[in-house]
Design a protein around this ligand. Structure first.
Ligand code: NAD
Length: 481
């Protein structure tokens, strides 16, 4: 967790809704929340035409400012332009387009059958927005992880407050400037800042809080939400394992693990955290990973424009400290002034070291060898439930054993990360890796209450339904139920 939050102080002139270069004070934050609450109460965000206009404006914002977004992502994370485009811009546009195409269907009331005993009646599920939503985002995919949940909240008819991460400061500042230009400020707000500003936001009453980040802050969020009985979605992380069975295609496994690991320099919640590889193929696997690194980033990844940077100096130091948990066989080079840490593979890993106890969230890949799939399954089962799990095997029985005997938020078989690209697969954690899910339809449903409504039809009103329940009525009712 970050340092204890001090209440933010109000600068003298706080124009509510205006983008600012200085952090907002508590009173200004509360005023912004009040604006959103008033809009939620008046149903401002409910008309489908309003939602459609906001979603289109969101796409326009991303399209019009693609170059500026690329610059901001580069400044925050050294994000390669294509990587930033695919993971932070195109991904959001894709999700929003799918919301636009399905807006009517996902917000339509649905008739459901009514049992005979309740006839004549009609039963329906009537979707309604929850009201006012708070989205708190982390720094690693600072556009996607803020705007995809926000778009879902809008598509479901809510007002929404966005809280980008202060660590991705360039992206946060850019979004704080653009969001009020493109979106309706009466119903969509943005507050920049860190723990102090987030604390003020968390003190307010929300109808849903959607948090993405680490488990320590998640506890702060859930505690604050409990005061108002506010439901939460928690998108967290954990140590996502990759299992490489003896039956796997070693080169393919190495390339796909390398891609998933070193995307965004390993700062991806679903990055393979560590590898459990069958002893018989460990050396071949490490060799193929080495080859993949050179193939992707050249002999010196620091000079590659396809390789990112660590978010800040504190995280560089944290990652350097983890290196003592094993023997470096690939990479290991670091240039703290450039926030550069090479794609790094470690073997002979100490299972009790921080490297194997904490989520790495950086470009270090510990490779542990196992004698059999049961040992891999036991190793995974001894740790908290991960956000993702990857199994590489041509043997279908091995794939099935790993899927059935382990628990994880989601799984890709013979690949990494890509299960979250299918909008028909809800994305979220289980146990320590989070609660709730989104993406595709799930990303709109999470911000909706599907209100059950039963309408009784006609005037038929048999007295059997009413007391007193004599012997005959009781006997009939007992037969019916
Ligand atoms: P972070 O430091 O940016 O924190 C997330 C948010 O919490 C920020 O907006 C920050 O301002 C706020 N915050 C921080 N400290 C706070 C406090 N004391 N009180 C109130 N608010 C506070 O991001 P992070 O947590 O370092 O992100 C990394 C973690 O997020 C990893 O565990 C990663 O796996 C996880 N993650 C999960 C997903 C997912 O989709 N499941 C995606 C990305 C990251």
């Amino acid at each position: 967790m970050t340092a204890t939050a001090q209440p933010p102080t109000d600068p003298p002139a706080n124009a509510v809704g205006a983008p600012r270069a200085v952090p907002l004070g508590a009173a200004a934050i509360v005023a912004r929340v009040a604006t959103l609450r008033a809009a939620a109460t008046s149903g401002h965000a409910r008309p489908l035409a309003w939602r459609r206009a906001q979603l289109r404006a969101l796409v326009a914002m991303l399209r019009d400012h693609e170059a500026e977004l690329a610059d901001a992502l580069r400044s925050d994370l050294g994000k390669p332009v294509t990587e930033g485009y695919l993971t932070d811009v195109a991904f959001v546009v894709d999700e929003v387009r799918s919301m636009l195409s399905n807006l009517g269907r996902w917000n339509r009331e649905v008739r459901v059958p009514t049992p005979l005993i309740l006839q004549p009646s009609r039963s329906r599920l009537v979707p309604e927005p929850l009201g006012m939503v708070l989205v708190i985002a982390p720094w690693n995919y600072p556009v996607q992880l803020l705007l995809v949940p926000a778009a879902g909240a809008i598509a479901a008819g809510n007002t929404v407050m966005l809280k980008p991460s202060e660590l991705a400061s360039a992206t946060s500042a850019l979004l704080a400037r653009l969001v009020p230009q493109y979106l309706d400020q009466a119903a969509v707000g943005i507050v920049e800042g860190g723990p102090a500003e987030t604390t003020v936001l968390l003190e307010q009453r929300w109808d849903h809080i959607f948090f993405t980040g680490n488990a320590t802050v998640a506890r702060v969020v859930m505690t604050a939400a409990a005061k108002h009985l506010t439901p939460v979605t928690l998108e967290l992380g954990g140590k996502s394992p990759a299992v490489v069975d003896a039956s796997a295609d070693v080169r393919l496994a190495a390339r796909r693990i390398a891609w998933g690991k070193w995307l965004n320099a390993g700062q991806t919640c679903v990055a393979p955290d560590y590898v459990l590889v069958h002893r018989s193929i460990r050396d071949a696997f490490v060799e193929e990973v080495r080859r993949a690194v050179v193939g992707f980033y050249g002999p010196d990844p620091q000079r590659s424009d396809a390789y990112g940077r660590i978010i800040d100096d504190r995280h560089v130091q944290r990652l350097l400290d983890l290196l003592s948990g094993g023997t470096v066989v690939v990479g290991g080079e670091c240039d703290p002034a450039d926030r550069y840490l090479a794609p790094t593979v470690l073997v002979d890993v100490d299972p009790d070291s921080a490297l194997m106890q904490d989520e790495i969230f950086g470009p270090l890949l510990p490779v542990l060898d196992v004698d059999c799939i049961d040992e891999a399954i036991a190793t995974i089962g001894a740790k908290p439930k991960p956000l993702a799990l990857y199994v590489f095997a041509r043997d279908v029985a091995v794939q099935r054993a790993v899927i059935e005997r382990t628990s994880a938020g989601g799984v890709t078989v013979n690949g990494t990360i890509v299960h979250l690209l299918n909008p028909r697969l809800p994305f979220g954690g289980v146990g320590d890796s989070g609660m709730g899910a989104y993406h595709g339809e799930a990303g709109v449903r999470v911000f909706q209450h599907r209100k059950p409504v039963l309408s009784r039809l006609g005037r038929l009103d048999p007295s059997i339904a009413y007391p007193p329940y004599g012997r005959l009525k009781s006997a009939v009712l007992r037969r019916l139920f």
